[in-house]
Structure formats: C-alpha cells, structure tokens
Design a protein. Structure first.
Length: 175
C-alpha cells in the first residue's frame, strides 16, 4: 500500500517534532523543582559577598532556580570561591569556582571561570561594581540552571525507566 506524499511528510514531521521535544527536554528544560542552597561564598570581603548574594538571588529567580535557606532540604548545595588576580600588565580579573554537591556531599559539578574587572590599584575588590557582580551572577546561574535542568531530565528519565520495567504500563507481571 502506498501513502499519499502529504501523509508521509506529515508523519515524518510529527516524528521529528516528537524527537526534538525529547531532546530539548534534557537541554532546555526548566530547573524548577530542584532546590539548591548556596552555603558559602568564600574569598571576597563581606560587602562584596552580600551584594553578590543579592545578585545571585535575582539571577536565580529569572532562571526558575529555587534557592532555599542553608539548613532547608535541598537537592544540591553550592559553594563558591572567588579571588582577584592581577597580571603583570596590571589588568585585574575575578576568578570564580562554584562547586555543586549532591545530597551525599559528593561534588556533582564544578563551574570555573574568570572575568576582567575594573580595578583600583590598592584594592582589586573595589573594582567589582553592581554591573560586574550582576554579570558574574548571571553567568553562574546560567551554568547552574543548565546543570539542574540536565539533572532533572536524567532523574525523570530514570524514574520513567523504573516504571516501565516495573510493569507500570498496565501489563500484569508474569509469574
């Protein structure tokens, strides 16, 4: 039996869109429902740490990342480490590391990078204005949200596989 060309095209398009949806769920899915706790931001002076914490919360809200209090139940715990570095040419940059730990306190992901900042010669931390902190927070939360989305998709896929292998499709298990 032959199918009209339009029906074949429609079926192929439907298959393509279905596969694309499966792929995008893992890559572009929402990190919502995967709470994290930011436990520490080590390195900067207290005023910079406080300002960065505020920028992280704003960036997290924009990306649907749920930040909970340090003692609250969280799927992941994040620890940040910041330092300023000045190269021989006198240019200063902010180096950062974010370690994401799972519930068993194993590191699940490490995010690193650096960004140039304006610097006052005596105190490089004074070169971190609100714009620089917002940029750092946005870049950090982009990466954290991507990791959380992937982790959520894997957990969902694992749960779906467990249901299929456990007879959840309505078939009675064979004795």
């Amino acid at each position: 039996m032959t199918f009209p060309w339009n029906l074949v095209q429609l079926a192929a398009a439907g298959l393509f869109l279905g596969l694309a949806a499966c792929q995008s769920a893992g890559l572009g899915g929402s990190p919502a429902g995967v709470p994290i706790a930011v436990e520490i931001i080590d390195g900067p002076p207290a005023p910079v740490r406080t300002a960065l914490a505020g920028e992280l919360v704003a960036a997290a809200n924009e990306r649907q990342v749920e930040i909970v209090a340090t003692g609250a139940p969280a799927r992941y715990r994040v620890r940040g480490y910041l330092s300023t570095e000045t190269n021989p040419e006198g240019e200063t940059s902010l180096a950062f590391v974010w370690d994401v730990f799972d519930a068993e306190k194993r590191r699940a992901k490490r995010l690193t990078g650096s960004s140039p900042i304006r610097s006052a010669a005596a105190n490089p931390w004074s070169g971190l204005d609100r714009e620089a902190l917002a940029k750092l927070a946005a870049q950090s939360m982009d990466e954290i949200a991507g990791f959380l989305s992937e982790a959520k998709a894997l957990q969902t896929a694992d749960a779906g596989q467990a249901q299929v292998s456990g007879g959840a499709l309505g078939f009675a298990p064979t004795p």
